[in-house]
Design a protein around this ligand. Structure first.
Ligand code: SF4
Ligand code: SF4
Ligand code: FES
Length: 364
C-alpha cells in the first residue's frame, strides 16, 4: 500500500570509473562511491550534515557537465557517468591543495601541521607535488581570550569548511558559532566574539570532532598527543542510560582523551555530550573509591574483597527477609547502569528475593 507522504525509493545504475554501481535516488556521488569502495577525498563532508560543497576537494567529472562537480553534493541520476581520477582532476587537486597550503600553518617539512586531533588536509597534501605559491597572511581572528575549559580554536589551521558551524546548527541545534566577516577576514566566531561560556554553547565538543584540520582542538588533552602512543579501547559511557559508545585513549593506563566512534558506527552516531567527552578526570581522581568497603563492628568502613563485600550484602538482605518478609526489601537501580544491569537488578529482586519492589531512577 502507498501512503500519501511515502517517498518512493528508486534504485538504478550509474557508472563510476567505468564500473556499474547500484544507486538509490537522493544519494550523492560520494555516497555511492564509498559503498562501492571507490575513494573520493573529502574535507567538508560529514554524513550527519547537509552537503555544503565548501572545500572543493571532492570534485569529479560528470559526463555532460562542463565543470567539475562536488561529489559530496551532486545527486545521482539514472545512467550518470562519473570519473573520479583523471589528469584534469589531478591538476585541480594540485592547485587546490597548494592554495590551502599557502594559507595554512605548515611544519618544518612544509606540510600542514599535525595536531592531536589529526589533520586530514595534511594527509591529502602528501599526495601532491605542491606549487611554489607565496604564503597568504590572512587576517583571520581567533578568540585568544576565550577562557572556556575545553575548546581551543586556531585560525591558522582553519580552512573555513563550516563543518563546525553546520554541526552546531544542524546536529546540536545550538548555533553558538558562526562564519563571520568577509574575504580574507572570514573566521569562525561567536556572537560579539564572546567566550563560549557566554554563548549558547553546550560544550559538547562535536565541533572538535568534526573539524577535519585540527583547527578546533581539546584544551585538556596533552599537547604532545600528536606523538604520544595511545591505546584505544571501546567502552560505554556511564554518565546516563543512553548507552553512547566512546573510545578511551590511554597512555600508561591513564585516560588522556575520549572520542566518539565514527558517525554511523554506533548508536550515538559520532556524537557525545559534555560529560561523555570531557568529564574523565574522575577516573584517576585520588578520592575515588576503588575497592569495596565493609562497615566493621567498630562502626568504621574497612577495605574488603568483592567476595567479602557481596557476602556481607547477601547475609544482610537475607536477614531482613527472614525477619520481616520479602516485601520489606526494595531494590533501586540507576539510569547510569546499562539495560543489562537494570535487567539483572529486577531479576535479583523478583527471582532471588521474591519481591516486586524494584525501581529505577529514570522511571520517576
Ligand atoms: S561545543 Fe557543541 S555547542 Fe559548543 S560550539 Fe561546539 S558544537 Fe556548538
Ligand atoms: S574550525 Fe575546522 S570545522 Fe570549523 S570551519 Fe575551520 S576547518 Fe572547518
Ligand atoms: S567534501 Fe565535497 S566540497 Fe568539500
Amino acid at each position: 500500500m502507498n501512503y500519501p507522504n511515502q517517498k518512493r525509493v528508486e534504485t538504478f545504475s550509474i557508472e563510476i570509473n567505468g564500473k556499474s554501481c547500484r544507486a538509490i535516488s537522493g544519494e550523492t556521488v560520494v555516497d555511492v562511491a564509498r559503498r562501492e569502495g571507490i575513494e573520493i577525498p573529502t574535507l567538508c563532508h560529514d554524513t550527519r550534515l547537509e552537503p555544503a560543497g565548501a572545500c572543493r576537494v571532492c570534485l569529479v567529472e560528470v559526463e555532460g557537465q562542463r565543470r567539475l562537480q562536488p561529489g559530496c553534493a551532486w545527486k545521482v541520476q539514472p545512467e550518470m557517468k562519473v570519473t573520479t581520477e583523471s589528469d584534469r582532476i589531478e591538476k585541480h587537486r594540485t592547485i587546490l591543495y597548494s592554495m590551502y597550503m599557502a594559507d595554512h600553518q605548515l611544519d618544518e617539512t612544509g606540510l600542514p601541521v599535525a595536531t592531536g586531533n589529526g589533520n586530514q588536509l595534511r594527509e591529502l597534501c602528501k599526495t601532491i607535488d605542491p606549487l611554489p605559491l607565496e604564503p597568504v597572511k590572512a587576517p583571520r581572528a581567533g578568540r585568544p581570550e576565550d577562557v572556556n575549559p575545553y575548546i581551543e580554536f586556531n585560525p591558522e589551521l582553519c580552512i573555513l569548511c563550516a563543518r563546525c558551524t553546520r554541526y552546531c546548527d544542524e546536529v546540536e541545534a545550538v548555533n553558538a558559532i558562526t562564519l563571520s566577516n568577509r574575504g580574507g577576514e572570514t573566521t569562525i566566531a561567536t556572537a560579539g566574539n564572546r567566550g563560549l561560556l557566554d554563548t549558547t554553547c553546550e560544550l559538547c565538543g562535536g565541533c572538535i570532532a568534526t573539524c577535519p584540520t585540527g583547527a578546533l582542538i581539546e584544551k585538556k588533552a596533552p599537547v604532545n598527543l600528536v606523538t604520544l602512543e595511545t591505546e584505544v579501547t571501546r567502552s560505554t559511557c556511564n554518565f546516563c542510560g543512553v548507552g553512547c559508545q566512546l573510545d578511551l585513549h590511554t597512555h600508561n593506563d591513564r585516560v588522556v582523551k575520549i572520542t566518539s566512534p565514527e558517525p554511523g558506527e554506533t548508536l550515538n552516531d559520532g556524537n557525545l555530550c559534555v560529560k561523555g567527552r570531557f568529564a574523565y578526570d574522575f577516573i584517576h581522581h585520588e578520592d575515588r573509591i576503588t575497592t569495596p568497603l565493609v562497615r566493621g563492628a567498630d562502626g568504621e568502613l574497612h577495605p574488603a574483597t568483592w567476595e567479602e563485600a557481596l557476602t556481607a550484602v547477601a547475609s544482610g538482605l537475607n536477614a531482613v527477609k527472614e525477619k520481616h518478609g520479602a516485601d520489606s526489601l526494595g531494590f533501586i537501580s540507576s539510569s547510569r547502569c546499562t539495560g543489562e544491569e537494570n535487567y539483572l537488578m529486577q531479576k535479583l529482586s523478583r527471582a532471588v528475593f521474591g519481591t516486586n519492589n524494584v525501581h529505577q531512577c529514570a522511571a520517576t
